[in-house]
Design a binder for this molecule. Sequence first.
Ligand code: GUN
Length: 302
Amino acid sequence: MDTQILDGKATALTIRAELAKATAKLKAHNVKPGLVVILVGEDPASQIYVRNKDRAASGAGFEVNTIRLPETVSQQALEAEVEKLNQDPKVHGILVQLPLPGTLNAGAVVDCLDPAKDVDGLSPRSVAAWTLGRPGHKPCTPAGCIELLDRYSIDISGLHMVIVGRSMLVGKPLAALAMARNATVTVCHSRTQDLAGHCRQADVLVAAVGRAKLIQGDWVRSGAIVLDVGINRGEDGKLVGDADQAGMMGRARALTPVPGGIGPMTIAMLIRNTFCCAARSVGLDPEVLLAEAAACTEGAEA
Ligand code: GUN
């Protein structure tokens, strides 16, 4: 079987082009989307993620600022920073890069976010919204997974999605979003017995554990779709996913590469969420602006 590569990089570029067009329209209303990323400490992976977010959002015409705070910052000072940004009308989206150093209470920081500016979809009101299937911001990585499937016209209704990983950033919200699309969902984690057996049941297998090549090639049923969310450094320094992708070629029907799969889609969804916050801040419907921009991009591509 030929394995189709689901090209997240190219898809994200298309989405970012649509967002740049929609952002230009927002300018007519004197609004420039403003995103602030708070980065605490020196974690190398977080530094790279934040730099990529900054570049992509600037490229879409946003005002982007990264607030870098030392690892020693107090909980009180960090929460005060979030509160200040909540009050700033030029800031439409706030992202606190995770993980935070272990001395800080990440949950309490996220609880301080104004839900209208919570571009990560992690504040309690956002979590309630995506859990209950109501409108609201959705966490960027799972939203990127669903968007990529949509852009390849892959309908997961009735399919069995097996998610390996139960994190707040990926596994839990993706389970909710996939159920909202009528998938049957199984969530596996570090205590799951017979992980390989569960994976072999999947029509759509999602690897989101953060361990290089944990998911073996022969854990994939023939014809399954594999979404590899992991971004790990291999022994040779190259980026590798959570799935043994070489072992899946020819077995899987479709596969997201690492790099160039879900990673760029996550960033595109962050830009989209920020755009939506900015549009709503002046009473505009972001979906209308985005549909117009997508139609205009399609026309340009035809
Ligand atoms: N760290 C890794 N991915 C993410 C993300 O999507 N959001 C935040 N806030 N931190 C992250």
